[in-house]
Design a protein around this ligand. Structure first.
Ligand SMILES: [Zn+2]
Ligand SMILES: [Zn+2]
Length: 130
């Protein structure tokens, strides 16, 4: 069981499953969405993901034909995303989780989009795309 929230704590959620496929994503849309060098996210089963509060404050933005990103309307935190390719999964933005995760990042994805001004400083596997 893990719990998390947006910055202003309007949107809170819990997941009652293990986190899987935890990656740092360097794609252009994650960089813009998070306004930082890369986005860190993990997959959880949609059936194991529950919004506890603030559901009416969740806004959505379709960042590609397949991907929809969900934000807190009040503070702007990007909380999760969904992808039409994997309708059974929620792509959770890992920075919204509180407490220990019991897992470390497994690698870097979309390294082909990484800007020149950032060098990856760890030994995790690097994938040019997904
Ligand atoms: Zn918020
Ligand atoms: Zn990405």
């Amino acid at each position: 069981m893990h719990k998390g929230s947006c910055l202003c704590k309007t949107v809170t959620f819990e997941i009652d499953t293990k986190i899987r496929r935890f990656h740092h994503c360097h794609c252009q849309t994650c960089r813009k969405t998070h306004a930082t060098v890369f986005g860190s996210s993990a997959l959880v089963k949609a059936s194991d993901f529950r919004i506890l509060s603030g559901e009416n404050e969740v806004s959505r933005y379709k960042s590609s034909s397949e991907k929809t990103r969900f934000f807190c309307s009040n503070c702007g935190t990007h909380v999760f995303a969904t992808c039409m390719r994997d309708p059974g999964d929620v792509i959770l933005r890992i920075g919204t989780l509180d407490g220990d995760l019991g897992i470390k990042a497994q690698g870097h994805i979309w390294v082909s989009h990484k800007p020149d001004w950032y060098e990856i400083g760890d030994d995790l596997p690097q994938h040019q795309e997904w």
